[in-house]
Design a protein around this ligand. Structure first.
Ligand code: SF4
Length: 351
């Protein structure tokens, strides 16, 4: 089902599915047992724009820490469980707003039922997560290896198992590091699954490759109206995941808000340190709550023309630059004063 048609699910105070805005998630990389470090990272994630956060729960100590962590944060907390159903029950009892399990690896239907019963009692949604690396042998045999069809069948088998246990507060995720397999699997499951989908490209790599794979994969999937929450998985700081996720949603027109910086690629005409300036501008605008476009262009030949589409821009000259607002050149500014001039303009922006 497309985004507008999926079942609406409540995770803490955040609604997903049923036409709700696509929610941005990330996962902490601190030890969950270390409450102080985990809370500190979650608060940083919140400031960056994270709306739902997931923590690994590998021990009962981590499950018990969730209650303490929740007291200090402001976004829903998801517990990520593998193998031990008792950890899922512990996480729910300690206040997890959602649990993520793979019903295929927590040891049989009785244990899935015990977790489902507890989730039902506490009204906690279950995210059924299936990864290409954990596809069951009978599906590998049936489809001749890992395929989109196999991933979808695996996920839907588990969804139906939980439905038969009388529960339908379900979110589904299918992850593969093969971007186009992931795309195909989402297209297939969207036709047969009424529940919200959490979308991400798993093990996508470090900053560059992770961002590119996630942008391509999430871009194709989200642009078809599929996907209710997203995570950009990066081998790096989770804060970077949030920045990337926001930019992906903004680029697709699924989010508004925040300053968009456009900058030229530089060329033989560039006579100022435009690369340095563009990076400083991007950093400087991150906390300014405006929904406008800022252009940072390298020269006065093409800069003003290219900056015309933006709300405000600078076009570099030799040791100076032009300040341009709504396509009109306002004044000349010395190169060393360009950044501060732009900052003052943005701080006193009047629509
Ligand atoms: S704006 Fe000027 S400096 Fe930048 S790429 Fe275009 S022509 Fe080159």
């Amino acid at each position: 089902m497309r985004r507008e048609e999926t079942k609406k699910i409540q995770i803490g105070h955040v609604l997903i599915g049923g036409g709700s805005p696509v929610a941005i998630q990330s996962m902490t990389n601190t030890r969950t047992e270390d409450v102080g470090a985990t809370v500190e990272q979650i608060l940083q994630l919140e400031s960056a724009g994270c709306e739902i956060v997931r923590c690994a729960v590998p021990t009962m100590e981590a499950a018990c820490a969730l209650g303490d962590i929740k007291r200090h944060i402001h976004i829903p907390l998801v517990a990520d469980i593998h193998f031990d159903y008792r950890l899922a029950i512990g996480a729910i009892e300690n206040g997890a707003d959602k649990i993520r399990i793979n019903p295929g690896n927590i040891g049989g239907q009785d244990r899935v039922r015990a977790v489902t019963d507890k989730a039902k009692e506490y009204h906690v949604p279950i995210r059924v997560g299936v990864n290409s690396g954990s596809l069951e042998k009978h599906l590998l045999d049936k489809y001749g290896g890992v395929t989109p069809e196999g991933l979808v069948e695996s996920a839907m088998d588990k969804v139906h198992m939980i439905e038969r246990m009388g529960y339908d507060d379900i979110v589904v995720s299918i992850k593969s590091s093969d971007v186009m397999m992931c795309v195909k699997a989402h297209e297939l499951i969207a036709d047969q699954c009424p529940y919200p989908l959490h979308v991400g490209i798993t093990e996508s790599g470090t900053l560059l490759s992770g961002n590119i794979k996630s942008s391509v994969g999430l871009g194709i999937i989200l642009n078809q109206g599929i996907g209710d929450t997203i995570r950009v998985s990066l081998t790096g700081s989770p804060i970077e995941e949030i920045k990337s996720a926001r930019l992906i949603l903004k680029t697709l027109g699924l989010r508004k808000g925040g300053i968009e910086v456009v900058s030229c690629p530089t060329c033989g005409r560039t006579k100022i340190d435009l690369i340095g300036l563009a990076n400083k501008v991007e950093h400087m605008v991150a906390d300014i709550p405006l929904d406008i476009k800022v252009a940072v262009m390298g020269c006065v030949v093409n800069g003003p023309g290219e900056a015309r589409e933006a709300d405000i821009g600078i076009a570099g000259g030799i040791g100076e630059g032009l300040l341009i607002k709504k396509g009109e050149v306002v004044r000349k500014v010395k190169e060393e004063e360009l950044l501060e001039t732009l900052r003052q303009e943005l701080l006193h922006w009047d629509e």
